[in-house]
Design a protein around this ligand. Structure first.
Ligand SMILES: Cc1cc2nc3c(=O)[nH]c(=O)nc-3n(C[C@H](O)[C@H](O)[C@H](O)COP(=O)(O)O)c2cc1C
Length: 352
């Protein structure tokens, strides 16, 4: 809390943040994607611990934010250790986006990101998210308005086009968005019409990167450290953003960092680390959201965390119907004990 309180008084901070932004965004960042109902305070912390360079909040609806809606306020509330967290906003009205950006700026995000990539019909169909791709010039004018409304860096996350254009607008759009003053561009290398299906085509990020000086972050289908390395090599982009793989395997951040920074392919997490991450995430979510909600929202991660563990299927079945934190912890303790017995590992060996 103190750090944030001090920052409000210290007028030099936005500038310092901007300098740090420019430094980090060019150092092959591995960024946790904005993920609705996933990239909350607890999960961002967990991913940072594994090596995520930057994290992004879930997208926040500008109307909800400006009305003071509780969920929107929760989404933009940043913890003390969220100093490298960006807030993502979405909406269809440039003036409201600019107003919401000013409001979100007061939460002291590392930077502000505008969502121009959400394909979901109820959002894109109303002109927000990927709906902006139907009118790229309007997107550029909106981005310019937001940039001029705040003093933190503004970035845009979008897709290669709406679909099914014969030639994707992203290359020309990247140039225009750069002129509008955005500080970085994240490209999810699918069209809006593809949703999450089909393969991401990283070549579009490469083409866009060739025509701009601002950092470009490539997103879509980065599922391993090797993918992260290849995405950067193929596109020449400054960094990568990881979405779905992080939900089930947050260790991807340390694996990608080891490969990008030291050329090292590191081992997969041990069975014990897998169990420990389940515990850590369940406890943190129960503390943050209470029971049973905190336990329930952790479920979507557990199957991935436990993958490859002997008896994982049964363990998963037992955990995924439990609402109580203490019962979940007992199930995990039992699993760990069985594992130790099977592998002949004693408490003493683990301790020393
Ligand atoms: C559950 C879920 C929630 C998402 N929420 C958001 C969001 O709030 N804002 C956004 O820009 N993209 C959102 N996305 C898209 C991701 O940020 C990312 O662009 C997409 O999943 C492609 O990356 P990936 O192949 O690494 O998953 C979401 C995706 C998923 C699967």
């Amino acid at each position: 809390m103190l750090r944030r309180a001090r920052n409000v008084l210290d007028r030099g901070v936005p500038l310092k943040n901007a300098a740090l932004f420019h430094e980090l965004i060019r150092k092959t960042p591995v960024i946790l994607a904005p993920l609705e109902d996933v990239s909350d305070e607890v999960f961002r912390r967990l991913c940072r611990k594994q090596g995520a360079t930057i994290t992004v909040t879930e997208f926040v609806n500008v109307e909800g934010l400006l009305r003071g809606c509780r969920n929107a306020k929760r989404k933009i509330a940043l913890a003390d250790d969220d100093n490298l967290t960006a807030i993502q906003i979405y909406g269809s009205d440039p003036t409201r986006l600019a107003e919401a950006a000013r409001f979100a700026e007061s939460a002291e995000p590392f930077y502000l990101d505008i969502n121009c990539g959400c394909w979901v019909p109820k959002i894109a169909g109303r002109g927000a998210g990927a709906g902006w791709l139907r009118d790229p010039l309007a997107m550029v004018a909106m981005a310019k308005m937001v940039v001029q409304s705040v003093s933190v860096p503004v970035t845009v996350k979008t897709r290669i086009g709406y679909g099914p254009e014969s030639d994707m607008p992203i290359v020309d759009l990247a140039r225009r968005l750069e002129d509008a003053g955005i500080q970085a561009l994240t490209i999810h290398c699918r069209t809006a019409q593809m949703g999450h299906s089909g393969a991401a085509d990283w070549q579009w990020a490469q083409r866009a990167k060739e025509v701009v000086k601002i950092p470009v972050i490539v997103n879509g289908d980065v599922k391993s450290a090797d993918d992260a390395r290849r995405a950067i090599d193929v596109t020449g982009c400054e960094g990568v953003m990881v979405g779905r793989r992080a939900i089930e395997h947050p260790w991807i951040f340390r694996e990608a960092r080891a490969l990008l920074d030291r050329g090292e392919l590191i081992a997969q997490p041990t069975h014990f680390e897998r169990i420990e991450l389940c515990r850590e995430h369940l406890i943190a979510n129960a503390e943050a959201r209470g029971e049973p909600y905190g336990v329930r929202v952790t479920r979507r991660h557990l199957a991935g965390y436990l993958r490859g563990l002997p008896g994982a299927a049964i363990l998963r079945q037992r955990l995924l119907i439990e609402d109580s934190l203490s019962t979940c912890l007992t199930i995990l303790d039992d699993a760990e004990m069985r594992l130790r017995a099977q592998s002949g590992i004693t408490d003493a060996a683990l301790a020393g």
